[in-house]
Design a protein around this ligand. Structure first.
Ligand code: PLP
Length: 227
């Protein structure tokens, strides 16, 4: 308990220190993949309310166990089309949308009694090793299509750049995403969310304009390596 509280406080302090005086607020998303319900509850007791999860089954167990708290859940992992219904029914945000088919399925499955599902488009910025993410050249077309889906609320962009130690290189890649974000805003998309930065690079991301950082290890410690 003490450790999670200290880690959270230290992380929040570092985030605040990285925000320049004329800058926006930064929202901390605590990434809880492979962490226990008990640890998540400790972070809730330390004031955390916004969580990110990567795997649907694992997330549903946690969302269900913690449903007496008012929490906000972000889906941040790769999306299989046979999981879109469970995601649309249980999450508040989906940050990893990178193709129209998935967006359409989320739109169709979002329950009418819930608010529109908040969406970030995941962009494959340069230096990315994963195959996830829309290519920058296809981003505007995808944004146009997703913005037209009535049960989705297009909020912004997300990226997961390759981990590098060099802060100059970290910032260069984050700047690319920020530029794409600004270009879309200039074209009239009312975006307010730029989700970039993890434990190893969130200071660089904030310096380049992140509005949301997704942090796991710095709060909860190293994850168990899955078999
Ligand atoms: C695991 C994960 C994070 C958090 O990574 P840490 O290095 O543990 O902070 C952030 N975003 C995504 C998409 C992740 O999968």
């Amino acid at each position: 308990m003490a450790l999670i509280t200290e880690n959270l406080q230290a992380t929040r302090a570092q985030i605040d220190a990285a925000i320049s005086p004329d800058n926006h607020a930064v929202t901390l998303i605590a990434v809880t993949k492979s962490q226990s319900i008990d640890l998540i509850e400790k972070s809730i007791n330390a004031g955390q309310r916004i969580f990110g999860e990567n795997y649907v089954q694992e997330a549903l167990t946690k969302i269900n166990a913690l449903r007496n708290y008012r929490l906000e859940w972000h889906f941040i992992g790769p999306i299989q089309s046979n999981k879109t219904r469970q995601i649309a029914e249980n999450f508040d945000w989906v940050q990893s949308v990178d193709r129209l088919k998935i967006a359409e399925r989320l739109n169709d499955a979002r329950p009418p009694y819930k608010a529109r599902l908040n969406i970030c488009l995941q962009v494959n910025v340069s230096g990315e090793t994963s195959k996830s993410g829309v290519a920058p050249g296809q981003l505007e077309e995808l944004a146009r299509q997703v913005a037209s889906l009535p049960r989705l609320h297009l909020r912004g962009l997300m990226a997961i750049p390759e981990a590098v130690d060099n802060e100059t290189e970290q910032r260069r890649v984050f700047r690319e995403l920020k530029n794409l974000f600004e270009q879309l805003k200039q074209k009239g998309y009312p975006l307010d969310t730029l989700s970039m930065g993890m434990s190893g690079d969130y200071k660089a991301a904030i310096a380049e304009g992140a509005t949301h950082v997704r942090i796991g290890t710095a709060i909860f410690g190293e994850r168990e390596k899955s078999a």
